[in-house]
Structures are given as C-alpha cells and as structure tokens.
Design a protein around this ligand. Structure first.
Ligand code: SF4
Length: 74
C-alpha cells in the first residue's frame, strides 16, 4: 500500500478523465467512463494530490494512512 488512499464518489464523477490525465498510474475509467482507482496505484503522492485537487466536481477524497511509507517511497 502506498500510504494513502483515495475514495471515488461515483455519484459525483462526470467521467471527464482529468484525474487519469494527472495520475495515469493511479486512476483509470471503467466501462461507464467513471473514475476508478488502479490496483495498486503507482504515482507519486504529489501527482495523486494534483489529480484530486483538479477534479472539477470534488469527487475524489485523499486520505493519508501511513506517513512513514510516504516519506520512504514518495
Ligand atoms: S476528475 Fe473527477 S469527475 Fe473527472 S473522471 Fe476523475 S473523478 Fe471523475
């Protein structure tokens, strides 16, 4: 686990693809075009944070779960 997690609120996702553009190793889109988190997500936290902050509907919520892992792996 990368030391963080992202919740996708599918009721708010428009399927615009901005999150996948900012962090293509962490977000993709399903058959409905809605965002899903990759398993495992592989982008640095800075790119994931940019993706979360760029979502036009606020559908993404970032939670830090393990600071030590983030400091070690970025
Ligand atoms: S940026 Fe937001 S609205 Fe666009 S696909 Fe990602 S989660 Fe959905």
């Amino acid at each position: 686990m990368p030391g963080w997690s992202v919740h996708v609120d599918r009721t708010r996702c428009l399927g615009c693809g901005v999150c996948a553009a900012y962090a293509p190793g962490s977000f993709t889109q399903d058959d409905e075009g809605l965002a899903v988190l990759c398993d495992p997500p592989v982008d640095p936290l800075d790119e994931v944070r940019a993706a979360v902050d760029s979502c036009p509907t606020g559908a993404l919520s970032l939670a830090i779960t393990d600071v030590a892992t983030i400091e070690r792996e970025g």
